[in-house]
Write a protein that binds this ligand. Structure first.
Ligand SMILES: Cc1cc2nc3c(=O)[nH]c(=O)nc-3n(C[C@H](O)[C@H](O)[C@H](O)COP(=O)(O)OP(=O)(O)OC[C@H]3O[C@@H](n4cnc5c(N)ncnc54)[C@H](O)[C@@H]3O)c2cc1C
Length: 421
């Protein structure tokens, strides 16, 4: 880490990237590849927040973002918080009404197909773009192309999922293998329960320490001449033809700034006068000491949590909690999911006290915000990647870097522009 210099020279093609999660770090790498002089600022080491605690999946199969449930039975379960997958803070609901209504509308038959089209175009490149960034980065023992399993408790849910998987394969070419009860036991011998069946998604990759992958990308950025700065960002304003960022470690200046602050982006967009339907879905994780170990991540598809084999132990990650990003932790979903997971796998003692808490940065239309800030020349947005920000980092970084440097973007950026709101 370096401190800012006392002189405030604005070099040409200089860019400051705010936030060193997966999104900011990949943006910095891509800008650097295009000849920009880049400073990447975060108040912590790279990859220590949301990009640290996720399930570590590079989700090539996830071409359809999670829609708002529309079946009465499911809505009822969500309302009463009777499952492990959704929890909410009652006090948070009034401020969530607007974004959740938008989320509900975009999940309906009129809008959802367009959302899927725009989302799947990004997901299509996730593995190849990670692969490109991994060139020259040590990812040994960190990344494996193991695929990802959905496990089912009931034959009815399994049969419905098999049908849906067939549809995804036909529409998007996503490869999958249908596993019956014996097939699941063979694929994952550590499971001590007999599952109804499963689906093996063959294209996703699994990362056994997601924070470490971000850190290695950031180390590569620094080795190639990029500047990493550990500082708390306090103010952001236009200065002359460029931008000035005031931090706990002094001022930084550049001709352009990228806001890649993940779940904290909303605070900054509001200050700058933008009204966007942003919200977070919080999520927890807990690690367990070695007991049964899976060969690859496994989703308990009817209960909404993931078990992922990580370097630290088996990591259980929870579904969505609707609460303000900085509200006190309420890890009830960890307790519920742990009870269910123990029916499947021998989990020893929990290792995190308290469980880790993070927040998925979400938008009402399920699409990330990537492109220029409509009313602030030289300011760029890259946030709102929701459930797949770890997957999409390199795609988002490349797209934004191409826009900033005036290259022809490899994906049509129109659906992700901030001006859509
Ligand atoms: C439980 C869970 C499981 C998930 N599983 C997956 C998965 O398997 N696959 C997948 O693709 N995605 C997954 N996700 C989603 C994914 O983790 C996020 O979409 C992604 O990490 C967002 O990256 P980001 O860079 O936008 O945000 P972050 O990683 O949160 O980075 C934002 C950065 O901004 C910094 N920052 C904020 N404010 C300031 C400030 N004032 N000054 C300085 N720095 C600041 C923070 O320190 C942070 O490092 C999961 C999320 C959760 C919660």
């Amino acid at each position: 880490m370096v401190s800012p210099s006392s002189t405030s020279v604005v070099p040409p093609s200089s860019v400051i990237v705010l936030g060193a999660g997966m999104i900011g770090t990949c943006t910095a790498l891509h800008l650097q590849q295009r000849g920009c002089q880049v400073t990447l600022i975060d108040r912590r080491e790279p990859g220590r927040e949301t990009s640290y605690g996720n399930a570590g999946l590079i989700q090539r199969e996830s071409v359809e973002p999670y829609p708002f449930p529309r079946q009465w039975r499911k809505l009822w379960q969500v309302l009463w918080q009777s499952g492990a997958d959704v929890h909410y803070h009652l006090k948070a609901l009034p401020s969530l009404i607007g974004p959740l209504w938008g989320y509900y509308r975009h999940s309906g038959p009129a809008l959802y197909p367009q959302v899927v089209q725009a989302y799947s175009r990004l997901i299509a490149h996730c593995v190849t773009e990670h692969q490109a960034l991994m060139q020259g980065v040590d990812t040994q023992n960190l990344v494996s192309p193991t695929g990802y399993l959905d496990g089912f408790r009931t034959p009815a849910a399994w049969a419905a999922a098999v049908k849906d998987a067939q549809r995804l394969t036909e529409a998007f070419g996503i490869r999958h293998q249908v596993l019956d009860s014996a097939g699941m036991a063979q694929a994952e011998p550590a499971l001590h329960a007999r599952l109804a069946g499963g689906l093996l998604w063959q294209d996703p990759w699994a990362v056994s320490d997601p924070g470490a992958l971000v850190r290695r990308y950031a180390e590569a950025f620094a080795q190639r001449g990029g500047t990493l700065a550990e500082a708390d960002i306090q103010q952001l304003h236009a200065k002359g033809a460029g931008w000035q960022v005031e931090t706990s470690q002094g001022q930084f200046e550049a001709s352009a700034v990228v806001l890649a602050l993940g779940p904290w982006a909303a605070r900054w967009t509001q200050t700058l006068g933008y009204r966007m339907p942003l919200f977070v879905k919080r999520g927890y994780h807990q690690h367990y000491a070695a007991g049964g170990r899976l060969n690859r991540p496994l989703l308990d598809a009817e209960s909404g949590y993931v078990l992922a084999p990580m370097q630290r132990g088996m990591r259980l990650t929870t579904g969505a909690e609707f609460a303000p990003v900085d509200a006190a932790p309420t890890p009830v979903q960890v307790t519920k999911a742990e009870r269910l997971a123990r029916q499947w796998l021998d989990l020893r003692d929990p290792l995190d006290d308290p469980p880790w808490l993070g927040a998925r940065p979400c938008t009402a239309d399920m699409l990330p915000v990537m492109g220029p800030a409509p009313r602030h020349p030289g300011l760029w947005f890259n946030f709102g990647h929701a459930h797949q920000g770890f997957t999409l980092g390199p795609v988002a970084g490349r797209l934004l870097a191409e826009l900033i440097t005036g290259e022809t973007p490899f994906i049509d950026p129109t659906p992700y522009c901030a001006s859509r709101f």
